[in-house]
Design a protein around this ligand. Structure first.
Ligand code: GDP
Ligand code: MG
Length: 455
């Protein structure tokens, strides 16, 4: 009877101010009544819901002073009876209360099970729940903003408004199917077609934000490429403002790729320092150079670094060739010495890309470079739009819906109204997968397994 009541520690495991142990399900109140007493010997079921009560929690092995709150179904996170104990924050205390709840009949919740129940009980939509995970896992402000637009229902609102167009259109199409004795007016076909064009345009507008959305989610991937000793590792350190990579005057110091991140204007930038590319006999360095080339393939942008304190050499020209078809920014380093060489180098490079002059040693030009990296990749129009699609699942559903609408439009032109109705239903359902109006167990498992325990 009680196996449907779940329990988990909702706060991170470790020492801290407080730990929260959360129970949800039909026996939550009964279990809490056996464990918690307020000072006047009142059980939690005798106290008001939604009030934080002071009292004592008792387990078989110890007692603790704690707070306890009861959310009565359906007015809770999961839509079921929910109890939360707030104990002193310690691993043994939280585990003890958790174990006691299990002894009294609750079972350990799976990852994301509280939120899954919230979804199944109609307390949250699917994309809303995904917004919660995105916010928890966010590493930049841009990710937080994208997560919040899901939680606050902006995508939901938009999807519902497109679905409304589709429902209206379907109704009109079905009238035509039901009364085939009347010839469909040309005006009707044009009107229906316009509605579909409008829906497709709205979906496209969302899909168009997804490229920037994916970058917001994953960060801008930047790789530093250049000959040995041009100052790549010094540049990484300057961008991070920390002495992360080893810098020496010995060529070939960096053997392996090294990835770190910083945040600029709220967007995460993943930056990879690489071994200088040259013809090497050193077997470890050769592997490093291979890794550098690999990192280049995965990067959104390369920083091609040159040293302006000496003339360009063969390795530099090879790197220009290597990066010929790659999106890049040219970085001229060591601008603190031999500045007169810089212009000669720029002329020799014959490169049309953005050129930024810096001194990694003196940390000059670094902010300018950070801005150039951001501007090269981020579409400011998208960033300032209210809604950015960051989630692959949403992108796929939007594209599938758009495909079905394109087919509906073609069917409309050939007057196959049954096909139009079918395609419209598919398009509606694909949008429904975003909000969770349409779902399968696989979809739910894929989404909720990304949650942490206790969420
Ligand atoms: N004067 C000057 N020296 C630099 C600058 N950047 C790097 N160096 C020096 O160049 C040498 C090689 O630097 P490093 O970052 O290890 O180069 P990497 O091999 O490309 O990673 C070191 O001695 C650095 O101190 C710079 O902006 N100005
Ligand atoms: Mg290096």
């Amino acid at each position: 009877m009680t196996k449907n009541t779940i329990v988990a520690i909702a706060t991170p495991i470790g020492s801290g101010g407080i730990s929260i142990i959360r129970l949800s399900g039909e026996s939550a109140l009964k279990i809490a009544d056996q464990m918690f007493l307020a000072p006047n010997d009142k059980k939690i079921s005798e106290l008001d819901p939604r009030v934080l009560n002071f009292g004592t929690v008792s387990t078989a092995k110890f007692k603790d002073i704690c707070l306890c709150v009861y959310f009565k179904a359906p007015n809770s996170y999961t839509g079921e009876d929910v109890i939360e104990f707030q104990s002193h924050g310690g691993i043994k205390i939280a585990e003890g209360i958790l174990n006691e709840c299990m002894l009294k009949g609750a079972r350990l919740a799976e990852a994301g099970e509280f939120t899954k129940r919230a979804f199944l009980n109609g307390k949250t939509s699917l994309e809303n729940a995904e917004g919660v995970v995105d916010m928890i896992n966010a590493e930049s402000e841009a990710e937080l903003r994208a997560g919040y637009s899901l939680i606050s229902g902006k995508l939901n609102e938009k999807v519902k408004s497109i679905q409304k167009i589709l429902t209206d259109t379907t109704a009109q199409v079905e009238v035509e199917i039901d009364y085939p004795e009347y010839d469909i007016k040309k005006a009707t076909i044009t009107e229906l077609s316009d509605k579909l064009t409008n829906a497709i345009a709205q979906i496209e507008e969302l899909v168009n934000t997804s490229q920037t959305g994916q970058i917001i989610k994953n960060g801008i991937n930047v790789v530093i490429i250049g000959s040995p000793n041009v100052g790549k590792s010094s540049l990484l350190n300057a961008l991070l403002n920390s002495e992360r990579a080893i810098v020496t005057e010995i060529a070939g110091t960096t053997r392996d790729t090294l990835q770190e991140s910083y945040v600029f204007k709220g967007v995460k930038v993943n930056i990879v320092d690489t071994a200088g590319i040259r013809n090497s006999q050193d077997s470890i360095e050769i592997i490093g150079i291979e890794r550098a080339k690999q990192a280049l393939k995965q990067a959104d942008l390369a920083l091609l670094v040159f040293d302006c304190s000496k003339p360009l050499e063969e390795n530099d020209y090879n790197n220009i060739k290597l990066l010929k078809n790659h999106r890049k920014i040219v970085v001229i380093n060591k601008n603190d010495i031999f500045i007169q060489n810089t212009e000669t180098i720029i002329r020799e490079l014959e490169i049309n890309e953005t050129i930024i002059k810096i001194s990694a040693l003196k940390k000059s030009g670094i902010e300018l470079l950070k801005k150039a990296i951001y501007d090269a990749i981020i579409d400011n129009n998208v960033i300032s739009s209210r809604l950015i699609i960051t989630n692959m699942r949403h992108i796929n559903a939007l594209n599938a819906s758009k495909d079905a609408l394109t087919m509906a439009k073609q069917a409309l032109n050939t007057n196959s109204m049954d096909c139009v109705a079918d395609d419209l239903r598919t398009a509606w359902q694909q949008l429904g997968e975003i909000t969770g109006e349409v779902y399968t167990d696989e979809i739910l498992n894929a989404i909720f397994s990304k949650f942490c325990l206790g969420k």
